[in-house]
Design a protein around this ligand. Structure first.
Ligand code: SAM
Length: 289
């Protein structure tokens, strides 16, 4: 059974992608572990390490302490001054897996249980309200509500990567998109929007399935993806078609080099990629000059 994405028009693809993630939202986190054998955790940790967000957060925190009452983070009126924070936009953020890592690494979780201010803010943006709903419930359960309601270090915004209309130009320090870009109908439009919302000096990071070069690994990987994953989808989530789509969309997505040149075309500087697990996934990054 093919999901038939090849034959559909642009608008319809968007609708179907939405449907897929609506179907899988509740089982999404469990399935991630099952299908990747837990590897997605390692890949996301790599993204976090490479972003250096934890170091930046501790620098920001130290600076705030030096300027005493953290006046640079809290303005006189008691509002949170977002300019003093490291602002992260996590597009296609789904149920918040990547965003939660940033908050944990920046010490926001301990902070939420005591006092002080958060050195970063993370906005989870996703096209699918179901994924966001699951993500927000998960955040409240894991960390309580202060991060969302009081410090506003974590927020959830419905939006399309191709048209980030709720976000201003030059407003984020870091844009991340993990396992999301291949679902975006017009990837170049998605990259343009990432570029637009980043501040000059801001960084784009994309974690995505990529192409495996080694023929042996490729054979094992293909066998696993085409035979095992749709089967697991059926058994665990009772939804073969959605998981079939996931496998197909991975094979159709750009190679490492193709994505790199698309990023160059949009204007990113110092673009590069890092393969993980033999290129099963890659982290692409670039800077807005
Ligand atoms: N980043 C999360 C993670 O790594 O766990 C979720 C990844 S999930 C595989 C892909 C997400 O992309 C889904 O939540 C889906 O709703 C979202 N998505 C698909 N197309 C999108 C678009 N055009 N704009 C924003 N999000 C989109």
């Amino acid at each position: 059974t093919h999901f038939g994405f090849e034959d559909v028009g642009v608008d319809e693809k968007e609708g179907r992608v939405k449907q897929v993630f609506e179907n899988v939202a509740d089982s999404y986190d469990v399935m991630n572990d099952f299908m990747s054998g837990g590897l997605h955790r390692y890949w996301k940790d790599q993204l976090l390490d490479m972003s250096a967000a934890a170091s930046m957060a501790s620098i920001i925190r130290r600076q705030a302490q030096q300027t005493q009452t953290q006046a640079s983070i809290i303005s006189n009126e008691g509002h949170h001054d977002d300019n003093a924070r490291l602002r992260i936009l996590d597009v296609a953020g789904g149920t918040g897996d990547v965003s939660f890592r940033f908050l944990e690494a920046a010490g926001c979780i301990e902070r939420a249980r005591s006092s002080g201010e958060d050195p970063i803010s993370v906005t989870v943006c996703d096209i699918n309200p179901e994924m966001l709903r699951v993500g927000e419930a998960r955040a409240r359960k894991k960390y309580g509500s202060t991060l969302i309601t009081e410090s506003k270090a974590l927020s959830f915004v419905e939006g399309n990567a191709q048209n980030l209309k709720d976000f201003e130009d030059n407003s984020f320090d870091l844009y991340t998109i993990a396992f999301g870009l291949r679902n975006v109908t017009d990837v170049d439009k998605g990259l343009e929007e990432a570029y637009r919302v980043l501040k000059p000096g801001g960084r784009f990071m994309c974690l995505e399935f990529s192409q495996v070069a080694d023929p042996w690994l490729r054979q094992i990987y293909d066998g696993y993806s085409f035979a095992v994953i749709p089967e697991m989808g059926e058994l665990i989530a009772n939804d073969r078609a959605s998981y079939q789509y996931l496998v197909e969309s991975i094979r159709k997505f750009s190679t490492q080099e193709e994505l790199l040149s698309r990023m160059d075309k949009v204007g990113f500087h110092l673009t590069k990629y890092t393969n993980l697990t033999g290129g099963i996934v890659a982290i692409h990054e670039g800077w807005k000059p």
